[in-house]
Design a protein around this ligand. Structure first.
Ligand code: SF4
Ligand code: SF4
Length: 123
């Protein structure tokens, strides 16, 4: 009986630890996304020419996963079509920062780098 109780307790503790880890991971992703969003705007202001050059090395295509549009907060203009592909409601006049993502090899949300369709030549 005591053994069963301790097994149940252990299960509860493991479950709790998993939940804490999941929440910590979400917080980590959210904070790093906010930091990148801030940093990339500043970087753009002072490094336009460098960004123009690095964008020429960008290969691949946007896969329309839409994940970069809700890396921190979900953008109000993000929608999905019936095939699950992202649609930007303001595509023709979307913000410059959206068009430029990712503008160099450091400009990825770290949790999205492996799944994004854009690549840089030296990667
Ligand atoms: S993460 Fe990359 S592939 Fe996905 S929508 Fe953004 S730019 Fe496109
Ligand atoms: S404006 Fe369009 S491209 Fe930019 S984050 Fe929103 S949905 Fe994505």
């Amino acid at each position: 009986m005591t053994e069963l109780i301790s097994k149940l307790e252990l299960k509860k503790i493991n479950h709790f630890v998993q939940k804490v880890q999941q929440v910590a991971q979400k917080i980590d992703i959210f904070c790093s996304a906010i930091l990148l969003q801030t940093r990339r705007r500043f970087y753009y202001v002072f490094n336009k020419l460098e960004i123009d050059t690095s964008l020429k090395k960008r290969t691949g295509n946007c896969l329309r996963c839409g994940r970069c549009c809700h890396a921190s907060f979900k953008c109000q203009y993000l929608e999905y079509d019936k095939n699950g592909l992202s649609l930007c409601k303001v595509y023709d006049r979307k913000p410059l920062m959206c068009s430029l993502y990712p503008y160099n090899e450091s400009d990825y949300f770290y949790h999205l780098k492996s799944t994004c369709g854009y690549r840089y030549n030296d990667e």
